[in-house]
Design a protein around this ligand. Structure first.
Ligand SMILES: [Zn+2]
Ligand SMILES: [Zn+2]
Length: 139
């Protein structure tokens, strides 16, 4: 178990956050939005316990893309670095982009979702994780 709070931030360092409770779960997403958002084959995010994420610097830099049918994609407006996804219905439901943590966040990805849309140019790793063609069943 890592020391709490976990800390992390964006590419330019303008936005900093902390997570005060252990992370709940983590998984890979192969959806088209994650491909477009990251410019890569998949994205990996970790769900935080409700209310455990605090922005400690750069809140004014936060911007988001708010799709009509899904989580807000929150990023730093100065560097474009992806930070987290946030439910439009409940701002406490947040998944942090795992690459933004300063150190080992403790959790490991346990599933791959939206594999039906996986990039044709990169095989899904044969890592034994359960694969879900659509959204992972509620964690
Ligand atoms: Zn930034
Ligand atoms: Zn996705």
């Amino acid at each position: 178990m890592p020391d709490l709070p976990l800390t992390g931030g964006c590419l330019c360092g303008g936005v900093r956050y902390e997570v005060t409770e252990p992370l709940v779960s983590a998984g890979y997403c192969h959806c088209t939005r994650c491909q477009r958002r990251t410019g890569s084959a998949a994205a990996v995010s970790a769900r935080v316990a409700p209310g455990s994420l605090r922005i400690t610097a750069g809140e004014e830099l936060l911007s988001s893309w708010d799709p009509p049918d899904g989580f807000k994609k929150v990023f730093c407006s100065a560097c474009g670095g992806a930070l987290f996804a946030q439910s439009p219905d409940d701002p406490d439901v947040v998944s942090v982009r795992m690459g933004t943590f300063d150190s080992d966040p403790g959790v490991r990805p346990t599933y791959r979702q939206f594999t039906a849309y996986a990039a044709p140019w990169e095989p899904i790793p044969d890592d034994g994780l359960p694969r879900y063609p659509e959204r992972v069943p509620q964690q």
